[in-house]
Design a protein around this ligand. Structure first.
Ligand code: GLN
Length: 190
């Protein structure tokens, strides 16, 4: 992992503190991002969970959509968790909404139904991640399809839940709620 990275956490809505805590454990500095100028000297960006419609609307209002896209297109790492993954997807359904289209996946919002709105489970990681990964799903989306350049890094009941395309990583669950830091470590080194 490269030394002295500074990782931004999009701080418009949703949970930022647990991501900060995970980064602190890895001795990586975290910076809360609220406006385009905050992107200076950033090595990566985490888009946290929350409510994707609100997050997209706020990002648009604060003029952050093009900044995030440019950051990613210039090779910046971006990690979207849950609502963050929805923002990064190429196509969003249930219902359709606009997104940044930075990773070639189709994602369905709130896709586990009411009974299973939130649950903890164990999924299967692919190497170099551990074979067993704790996963917490909170009104989570489901990845319905992945394009040819998308790497599936973990599955839950045979469905992709952690996917990567170049330096863009998306989890439909909440890695910040898990004690293990393997996923952050992987993303920071990718
Ligand atoms: N259900 C939310 C959405 O569709 C995502 C939930 C989350 O981020 N935990 O935007």
């Amino acid at each position: 992992m490269a030394a002295k990275q500074t990782i931004g956490i999009l701080a418009l809505q949703g949970d930022t503190s647990l991501h900060s805590r995970a980064l602190a454990k890895l001795r990586v500095s975290a910076k809360l991002i609220k406006k385009p100028g905050d992107f200076n000297n950033l090595d990566g960006l985490i888009i946290p969970g929350g409510e994707s419609t609100t997050l997209f609307y706020l990002a648009e209002s604060f003029d952050l959509l093009s900044t995030i896209s440019e950051f990613a297109k210039n090779g910046g790492r971006v990690f979207g968790t849950c609502a963050g993954a929805i923002l990064l997807a190429k196509k969003v359904i249930n219902p359709h909404q606009r997104s940044l289209s930075l990773i070639d996946i189709e994602i369905k919002r709130n896709a586990y139904g009411r009974q299973l709105d939130s649950f903890e489970s164990i999924g299967e990681g692919k190497k170099p991640l551990p074979a067993k990964l704790n996963m917490t799903f909170i009104r989570a989306p489901r990845i319905k399809s992945t394009g040819p350049d998308v790497n599936i890094l973990a599955v839950h009941k045979n469905e992709p839940v952690l996917v990567q395309q170049n330096k863009i990583l998306c989890a439909t669950f909440h890695p910040e709620l898990s004690a293990e830091l393997d996923i952050y470590h992987y993303w920071l080194s990718a």
